[in-house]
Ligand binder design. Structure first.
Ligand code: ATP
Ligand code: MG
Length: 331
């Protein structure tokens, strides 16, 4: 039988991930569905603790030892990530998927000068000679707003400030010229000017190389600026997914509506801070909709049965019984 190749660079299907802790089993991902098209940028948003980093780390198989992928599928470039060997995964991370970690210290090798780490990435991805790679590294660091970049290249990670380390990690990730960049809060510790430079650099790379992007952020303004699609996560599920414009203009899930209300004005820097209530205890999940205890529109079915994603039109999906039952509601 002929295998029909999907046009997605990444697709995640029904992904369930738990962490085994001494306080119990934390159900961090509870059936995630997500797609990133080739050359597409998808923003992943949601409150703290909703599973964004866990999803990013699952895709590159760099989860903690305490984590277990219980169920689900991850396809990258039409190949099943969960069936790859450790060596194959290492190669995928080296050549095809770059991850900018939320914590830059975890990503840098403490015993190598930062310059060597960028040079190595460039030599591998672009086949440059060492001298060329050194020049190119200095250029990338300058573009990321690092003055005296050659001096910085001589330093070890522990000699740099947090903001510098973050930019070095971004430089390594971009140097690999990946098919997919997963960027977990890439600019959160940096000032606004540098942040704008970095986002511009990422956008430029996308224009030049058709790199796909999964951008994890709290900042709805950045999503509006950089991404074509947005996935809204809540308690380990993507509860709304679709084109940024459509979702921001007409959010359907009550949680998305709440988020956008908190974010206030789309396009302005804003953090997702205060929707009333908190996410459920991920060790003891209720049977119904995970947002039902905070939802102003919740009805009996919501507390009994977990909603699945429903296709609203060809491009949008929402996991909410209000949509299925066509109940009219407004916040
Ligand atoms: N190594 C771990 N061990 C145990 N629990 C973990 C671990 N990593 C994450 N968790 C738990 O999994 C859930 C999801 O965490 P995750 O870090 O993915 O959220 P997040 O959306 O990235 O949050 P933030 O916006 O704060 O970065 C949380 O309840 C968190 O406490
Ligand atoms: Mg995180």
């Amino acid at each position: 039988m002929v295998k029909i190749l999907s046009n997605n660079i990444l697709s995640v299907e029904d992904l369930h991930v738990v962490f085994k802790t001494y306080l119990g089993t934390v159900h961090a991902l509870n059936g995630v569905y997500l797609e990133v098209g080739r050359g597409e940028a998808v923003g992943l948003v949601g409150e703290t603790g909703c599973g964004k980093s866990t999803l990013g780390l699952s895709i590159v198989r760099l989860l903690d030892e305490s984590a277990e992928i219980v169920r689900g599928k991850i396809f990258f470039n039409n190949e099943s990530i969960l069936e790859k060997s450790t060596d194959e995964m290492r190669e995928i991370r080296m050549k095809y998927i770059s991850l900018i970690f939320q914590d830059p210290t975890a990503a840098l090798n403490p015993v190598y000068r930062v310059g060597d780490q960028i040079v190595e990435a460039l030599q591998m991805s672009k086949g440059l000679k060492k001298v060329e790679a050194i020049e190119e590294s200095a250029k990338i660091l300058s573009m990321l707003g690092i003055p005296e970049s050659k001096k910085v290249m001589e330093q070890y990670p522990h000699e740099l400030s947090g903001g510098m380390r973050q930019r070095v990690m971004i430089a390594i990730a971009l140097s690999k010229n990946p098919l997919l960049l997963i960027a977990d809060e890439p600019t959160s510790n940096l000032d606004v000017t540098i942040q704008a430079q970095i986002l511009e650099l990422i956008s430029e790379l996308r224009r030049n190389t058709r790199m796909s992007l999964l951008l994890i952020t709290h900042d709805m303004g950045i999503v509006a600026q950089v991404c074509e699609k947005v996935a809204v996560m809540y308690a380990g599920q993507v509860i709304e997914f679709g084109p940024v414009r459509a979702v921001f203009k007409n959010p359907i899930h009550p949680y998305t509506r709440g988020l956008l209300k908190v974010a206030n004005l789309i396009g302005e820097k804003s953090r997702l801070e205060s929707i009333q209530g908190t996410i459920p205890d991920l060790r003891h999940l209720p049977p119904g909709c995970l947002f039902s205890s905070r939802c102003p529109h919740s009805f009996s079915k919501c507390v009994q049965i977990r909603p699945y994603s429903i296709l609203v039109d060809n491009h949008r999906s929402v996991a909410c019984w209000l949509v299925e039952d066509k109940v009219r509601y407004c916040l």
